[in-house]
Design a protein around this ligand. Structure first.
Ligand SMILES: Nc1ncnc2c1ncn2[C@@H]1O[C@H](COP(=O)(O)OP(=O)(O)OP(=O)(O)O)[C@@H](O)[C@H]1O
Ligand SMILES: [Mg+2]
Length: 208
């Protein structure tokens, strides 16, 4: 069970929207206040997660959307058990770069896997560990992909235009369904402006 003081924040959005940038900025800002915080990411964050990340993002083998959903959730289960749950139990603020909503958006809305299947597998892995706040950095597909041009393309970046549009629409739909949990930000704005909007919300949720 999560302790009362714990705070779990996730960053979501499509390719190159700025999740890792903003997760890092937020982590630094919280840490500067001497509040214990932890920054982690999906897929990855554990030894198993790193192996799975390599498999799902960079290998050239065929991975069916259902198998993909299970691989992401295997990484997630390990991350929750080893890293996220123990930190939340200690009252550490946990920031995670992607979480269950990415699987819903990518494998569900992007690849078209039955949403009830995605939901079932996600909740099996998450074991009730639900974010207190999820930041959606929303950018048009072309802007996000353009930002990532310099780095080595992975399995997802190279998906079709329709796939990425589905992912973006999927995230927006998730946010609309749970407006209290989500903070939706126009991520075409500059990094400092976005960080300021996030801080406005997060500073109210911090312990003490
Ligand atoms: N608000 C912004 N405006 C312009 N460029 C940005 C902005 N935020 C981040 N970037 C740049 O865009 C690129 C992608 O950013 P970042 O890696 O944070 O995105 P991401 O959402 O984590 O991407 P990925 O989907 O690959 O995980 C980086 O080069 C980063 O410096
Ligand atoms: Mg990233």
């Amino acid at each position: 069970m999560k302790s009362k003081m714990s705070l779990f924040i996730t960053f979501e959005g499509g390719e190159g929207c700025g999740k890792s940038t903003q997760a890092r900025l937020l982590y630094r800002r919280i840490t500067k206040l001497a509040i214990p915080a932890l920054l982690t990411y999906e897929p990855g964050g554990t030894d198993l997660g790193k192996r799975i990340k390599h498999l799902v993002k960079y290998s050239r083998i065929t991975i069916d959307p259902l198998a993909e959903t299970m691989l992401f959730n295997a990484s997630r289960a390990q991350l929750i058990e080893d890293i996220i749950k123990p930190a939340l139990e200690k009252g550490t603020v946990v920031i995670c770069d992607r979480y269950t909503d990415s699987t819903t958006a990518y494998q569900g809305h992007g690849h078209g896997l039955d949403l009830s299947i995605v939901k079932t597998v996600n909740s099996m892995a998450a074991q009730g560990v639900v974010p207190d706040l999820t930041v959606l950095l929303d950018v048009p597909v072309e802007i996000g992909l353009e930002r990532k041009k310099k780095i080595k393309p992975d399995r997802f970046q190279t998906q079709s235009w329709d796939f990425h549009k589905g992912v973006r629409a999927g995230f927006l739909k998730l946010a609309k369904a749970e407006p209290k949990r989500w903070l939706v930000i126009d991520a075409t704005q500059n990094q400092e402006t976005i960080a300021g909007i996030i801080w406005q919300r997060v500073s109210k949720l911090l312990p003490g």
